[in-house]
Design a binder for this molecule. Structure first.
Ligand code: NAD
Ligand code: A1AUG
Length: 518
């Protein structure tokens, strides 16, 4: 198949993709309900306790029993990663790169099965699920290529000494046992990306899967096992962050952490990582409250399509989701009508069915939060579309996309709801919109629909790490490794560098200067 699936192309994939996804879904569905153990030091490790997890599609659908790790398991995993580090860091770079490429190939082979698991576990539709599974494979490939190309080993000029030869060199070295902590919404790709980066640079890894969606991480562990990684180089723990998060972050063998998740937990871990005897690196990718500006010069058809995809795709449960819309008063009514028109075309329901674009939200908590926010907006804003939990779609967490016009003082402009809820405000001019867009502690993604002058000013002044201009494929969502670098400014990220970028692998290594006098 010559078609390349990315989040930008996923809207109309070839028929063969549907058929293969549906076959994988049937295969996986026949095999649900088993027990999923931890994976430590190259082997499955039973836990003391297991949590039963059901699918958000239908609470009767039991996905399985997942090990809930405890502090003894954390010790075992960190110990295995620590012991394995010596051998892995001395493994020739070419060999590590080859293993990353082997993992990518194995993920490619499993892409339909992984996508089926993601639909069942998170509720995302087939396009989003296939996208996430393919993105995971691409992360392994992109970081293997990046490490190979960059080398991270540079000779520097000899010292200017007339009677001596003094050679200088900069080398980059891995830190040690690296902890990766994953959010529920992209439990495969946001595990695979940091794991690939840590491993290719010579670190060993303990991955803590997402508390609510542990299946994806366990399937990734199976794949890494099959790729033939030496025992202890990669280890997988499932279980709630509240139970093992502190033990992992505080563990004396933890050399560094990549955390992806909420601002609150990310800030807590970041502070913790600098508060010990010496600072340890922490790459924290955190929340978003992402704006889009629509000016009076915008192409409103493109804008409406891009806005609906980014605000409501995957139930608004993307860090990149659009949640704040600032539209020029002169075009606001027409844009609202077009957005409603697009929403009218969407099917909501069981995402295993091809015709359904919007599945359930992932957790019972998100389902309950939706009702609370809808009630709040019903009292304090004008709801233009949606607001109901949908009981007629099945026994899952289904809700309507919600669009509300709210005053600029409304408190929900500042809260990451992480749901299919979009707030809209009318503005008088582009400068006001830009000021409002930047008036947040977060700075992950942002979009604009406007003319060239407005676009230039937007790109110059917007405070966000990922920007999109006049894009119908998604106003604020849809980055892909190798095409868009993805990282947050301000409270959305700690490093100012993006995943999938030229600068990313450097974050997993520390520099050493070698001066050798002959
Ligand atoms: N910037 C990005 O690239 C990006 C990508 C995806 C999601 N997110 C953000 O993630 C959030 C949604 O995910 P979530 O609800 O799973 O986030 P969360 O912060 O609640 O949990 C993330 C992970 O941290 C773990 N955790 C919780 N408490 C911990 C602790 N004290 N110590 C260590 N680990 C702990 C959880 O078990 C989970 O694995 C949103 O804010 C979203 O914007 C950001
Ligand atoms: N990579 C995804 C967002 C991942 C965060 O949740 C995007 O670019 O839309």
């Amino acid at each position: 198949m010559s078609f390349k699936l990315t989040y930008a192309t996923m809207f109309n994939p070839p028929e063969e993709m549907h058929q293969r996804y549906e076959a994988a879904l049937a295969e996986l569905s026949a095999d649900l309900g088993g027990r999923f153990h931890l994976y430590i030091d190259g082997e499955d490790r039973p836990a003391e306790a297991y949590d039963t997890r059901v699918s958000p599609l239908d609470r009767e659908l039991v996905l399985g029993e997942f090990a809930a790790a405890d502090s003894a398991d954390v010790d075992a995993a960190m110990g295995a990663a620590q012991v394995a580090f010596k051998g892995w860091r001395h493994t020739p770079a070419a060999e590590r790169i080859a293993i990353m490429r082997r993992i990518a190939d194995l993920l490619d082979e499993e892409v339909y099965l992984l996508a089926a698991a993601l639909t069942l576990e998170t509720g995302k539709n087939r396009f989003e699920a296939l996208g996430e599974a393919q993105e995971t494979a691409d992360f392994f490939r992109v970081y293997a290529d990046s490490f190979e190309q960059q080398g991270f080993d540079h000779m520097l000029p000899n010292d200017p000494l007339p009677d001596w030869t003094s050679t200088n060199r900069s080398v980059m070295k891995p830190y040690g046992a690296w902890v990766v902590i994953v959010p529920f919404n992209f439990p495969l790709a946001l595990a695979g990306g940091p794991v690939a980066a840590a491993l290719v640079t010579g670190n060993t890894v303990v991955l803590k899967g997402a508390s609510h969606t542990p299946l994806a991480g366990r399937l990734l562990a199976d794949c890494l096992h099959r790729a033939g990684l030496p025992a202890g180089v990669f280890n997988y723990l499932s279980g709630p962050g509240s139970r093992i998060g502190d033990a992992l972050v505080a563990h004396p063998s933890t050399a560094g952490v990549t955390f992806t998740g909420s601002y609150e937990v990310g800030m807590r871990i970041s502070r913790f990582m600098v508060a010990g005897r010496y600072p340890r690196p922490c790459i924290a990718e955190m929340g978003g409250k992402n704006p889009c500006i629509v000016t009076r010069n915008a192409d409103l058809e493109r804008a409406a399509i891009g806005i609906v995809r980014s605000a409501f795709g995957m139930g608004g449960q993307k860090c990149s989701a659009l949640s704040r819309l600032y539209v020029h008063s002169a075009v606001a009514d027409e844009l609202i009508a077009r957005i409603k028109g697009e929403l009218g075309k969407l099917n909501i329901g069981d995402p295993r069915q091809r015709e359904n674009w919007l599945g359930p939200v992932t957790t019972a908590q998100a389902h309950a939060n939706y009702a609370r926010y809808a009630a709040q907006l019903g009292e304090s804003a004008e709801i233009l579309h949606g607001g109901r939990q949908l009981d007629d779609c099945g026994d899952g967490y289904y809700v309507e996309p919600l669009l509300a016009e709210a005053s600029l003082e409304h408190p929900l402009w500042r809260e990451e709801m992480f749901l299919p809820i979009l707030l809209l405000a009318r503005v008088d001019n582009f400068e006001q919109a830009l000021e409002l867009a930047n008036d947040t502690d977060l700075g992950l993604t942002a979009g604009v629909y406007g003319d060239q002058r407005e676009v230039n000013q937007f790109l110059d002044e917007i405070e966000a790490g990922v920007t999109y201009v006049n894009r119908p494929q998604g106003a604020t969502t849809g980055a892909w490794p190798g095409y868009q670098c993805f990282g947050g400014w301000k409270g959305s990220g700690t490093t100012g560098k993006a995943i999938g970028s030229f600068y990313y692998l450097a974050l997993y290594q520390r520099e050493q200067s070698h001066t050798i006098v002959e």
